[in-house]
Design a protein around this ligand. Structure first.
Ligand SMILES: Cc1cc2nc3c(=O)[nH]c(=O)nc-3n(C[C@H](O)[C@H](O)[C@H](O)COP(=O)(O)O)c2cc1C
Length: 191
């Protein structure tokens, strides 16, 4: 089949985000005038090493509204034991309901920014807002952040590596389907 997005795909569900998959999940924690907030974003990735920078995108919901005000956010890694709690934090809840409490997650404080983080997450990136870019619809926004601090739970460090087999990271495959990365395969680059 072939379709132009503006004509529609004729399928029960859009294949777009299942084609761009797997995607890491940026589990974004923020602090705002209505309290602390936590939500998953799979339009998320790392985009540069020096300084380390990440992006995520979505419409103007609580996360981006909080970041507009505070200028900071944190990205928490989702591992298999946190998978269902991650999903619970995507619920549409009344503003001011703390998703940490809703999902039964312990909070820790960030070190370089005034922001909560998921205590049980294998790793968290503390980020300062660099830019918010308005996307073509005018309704979606791309958030670019610079990493100012990195937390790694020591239990996930083995022989000096952030051990991907231990982490059992959850990735989004599209629709409501996920994958657990349980068999990372090393392959050295040529040269
Ligand atoms: C795995 C997963 C990935 C998601 N990715 C996105 C995303 O990239 N962009 C987005 O706008 N919403 C995404 N959502 C939906 C948001 O998490 C949801 O709308 C949430 O309520 C937003 O919370 P907030 O208002 O606190 O920002 C995702 C949901 C799930 C479960």
């Amino acid at each position: 089949m072939f379709y132009r997005p503006e004509d529609g795909h004729g399928l029960p569900h859009s294949p777009f985000n299942a084609i761009v998959a797997p995607r890491p999940i940026g589990w974004i924690s923020t602090r705002g005038p209505f309290g602390d907030n936590l939500a998953p974003y799979s339009f998320f990735n790392a985009v540069a090493y020096t300084p380390p920078q990440v992006i995520f995108a979505g419409d103007l919901k609580d996360s981006i509204a909080n970041i507009q005000g505070s200028g900071v956010f944190a990205v928490n890694v989702v591992s298999e034991p946190l998978w269902r709690q991650m999903n619970a934090t995507s619920a549409r809840l009344p503003r001011g309901v703390d998703e940490f409490v809703h999902a039964g997650l312990d909070k820790a404080e960030c070190t370089t920014i005034d922001c909560p983080r998921v205590a049980a997450s294998p790793a968290t990136l503390e980020c300062r807002l660099s830019q918010i870019v308005t996307l073509e619809s005018g309704k979606d926004f791309l958030v670019i952040g610079t990493v100012t601090g990195v937390h790694i739970r020591d239990v996930f460090l083995r022989a000096g590596w952030f051990d991907l087999a231990l982490v059992r990271r959850v990735a989004r495959l599209g629709f409501t389907v996920y994958a657990v990365i349980d068999r990372p395969i090393p392959l050295a680059r040529p040269g």
